[in-house]
Write a protein of this length. Structure first.
Length: 164
């Protein structure tokens, strides 16, 4: 196994898997997220911040495990940081790559399905979410988890002391 796999990819995959498994277990066991509404309008789709507090509290431990794992594998500080921040990096990719691709794909395929169903008018536009909703999602799913993971990884980001 090469250096990059041992020092980055395995700890990053472990961090991502552990954090998502913990979130899944919390959801299945009935923990409800806390919602903080950002808008008090009468619209049905209001932007909000969503926090799974037990998950956010556990993230520093998960970040410490990832950075420690990478350090034991001989990872440089930047690799330790990337391994610890794997879940928020994955969420950024999800929000800025996967979601837009799915929206584009659905806007291309929807006219085919609607035309065959006998609908008279085919919608040609894809409505983008309001910017406040995008910011709220990034804060809830990227920024706060990154801070939690970074808090746990911080002690492992310094170079190890020379042993005598």
């Amino acid at each position: 196994m090469n250096y990059r796999t041992k020092a980055l990819w395995l700890p990053a995959l472990g961090t991502f898997t552990l954090s998502m498994m913990l979130l899944t277990v919390l959801q299945i066991s009935g923990f409800q997220p806390r919602f903080y509404w950002l808008s008090k309008t009468g619209m049905s789709m209001q932007p909000y911040l969503m926090f799974y507090l037990p998950w956010l509290i556990a993230l520093p431990l998960i970040g410490a495990v990832a950075a420690s794992w990478s350090q034991r594998a001989g990872g440089k500080p930047i690799l330790r940081l990337l391994a610890a921040l794997a879940p928020p990096i994955g969420m950024v990719l999800f929000f800025f790559v996967i979601v837009p691709l799915l929206a584009l794909l659905s806007s291309m395929l929807m006219p085919l399905f609607l035309h065959g169903a006998g609908h008279g008018r085919i919608p040609r536009t894809v409505h983008a979410p309001p910017m406040i909703a995008v910011v709220a999602a990034l804060v809830s799913w990227v920024l706060l988890p990154a801070v939690g993971l970074l808090l746990g990884a911080a002690p492992f980001l310094r170079r190890p002391h020379a042993q005598s």
